[in-house]
Design a protein around this ligand. Structure first.
Ligand code: ZN
Length: 270
């Protein structure tokens, strides 16, 4: 193989790794933002549940205070009944007392309803707090894993970059120029040719080009995508055996011959 071609294949591997590692490192902040976002969502739900409980408490206190006021009114009315002069006045006061008592019952009913709501809210809060605890632990784990991966990536990236510098120094400037030009246009510059095709763009190679690529002795670029082509005989699928289709056919014939008579008739014709 042409030494520059062999080196470019290796350089391509280094460049791919450098790109992959750089992308992975760059995706870390986004990943962290996503997991922090999950936690923030749960925190908002905790806050909402707590606010709803507070509101419920405030409503309850309002009802209790209203009941107290009504009870004071009733006491006042009852005291007044001792001083009434007429039956009408007495009846009016009794009516006021009944009305206030009915109001108290309404407030008591609402307090009871509120207790059911409070119970449900407390369950919600308990659940969402459990979720918060689990997500916090999960976040810590994920952050730790992300930090470890990034540290590993950064170490590998430094190694690959050093490797790349060494690799580039060993390649002729012409070959490097071609490589860099194609990388700029296509992101990758080297492509394996397999079964007479460029594996990057899948365009068929002309027989003459294919034969030349197979020698690996010259720089051949793909007519379609301009990538530098190389050939690896280990990846070439074995040529199809000519006997194979015949064998298949023969097998089918045997199957047909041994099939039960009338078997075909059991298949409904649509
Ligand atoms: Zn191509």
């Amino acid at each position: 193989m042409h030494p520059d071609l062999a080196n470019l294949i290796e350089l391509e591997k280094a460049d791919r790794e450098i790109t992959r590692l750089s992308n992975e490192i760059a995706s870390l902040p986004k990943h962290l933002a996503v997991i922090e976002g999950k936690l923030a969502d749960i925190n908002t739900r905790v806050q909402k549940a707590q606010d709803a409980l507070k509101a419920q408490e405030a409503t309850k206190r309002r009802h209790e205070s209203d009941i107290q006021d009504l009870q004071q009114k009733i006491s006042k009315f009852k005291a007044q009944t001792l001083d009434v002069k007429t039956n009408e006045q007495y009846k009016a006061l009794l009516h006021e007392i009944e009305f206030a008592e009915a109001e108290i019952r309404k407030h008591e009913d609402q307090i009871l309803e509120g207790m059911t709501a409070t119970e449900a809210l407390n369950t919600d809060l308990k659940n969402v707090n459990a979720e918060l605890k689990a997500q916090t632990a999960e976040n810590e784990k994920e952050k730790e894993a992300a930090r470890a991966l990034t540290a590993k990536d950064e170490k590998e990236l430094t190694e690959w970059q050093a490797k790349r510098t060494t690799q580039r120094a060993a390649i002729s400037s012409d070959a490097l120029q071609l490589y860099d030009r194609v990388v700029k246009a296509r992101k990758t510059a080297v492509a394996e040719a397999m079964t007479q095709q460029c594996t990057a763009c899948h365009v068929m190679l002309r027989p003459q080009t294919w034969n030349e690529v197979k020698t690996n002795e010259r720089f051949i670029t793909c007519d379609s995508c301009s990538r530098i082509l190389f050939y690896d005989p280990a990846h070439e699928p074995p040529p199809p055996e000519e006997k194979k289709p015949k064998k298949k056919k023969a097998k089918k014939e045997v199957e047909e011959a041994t099939a039960e008579p009338g078997a075909d008739e059991s298949v409904p014709v649509v």
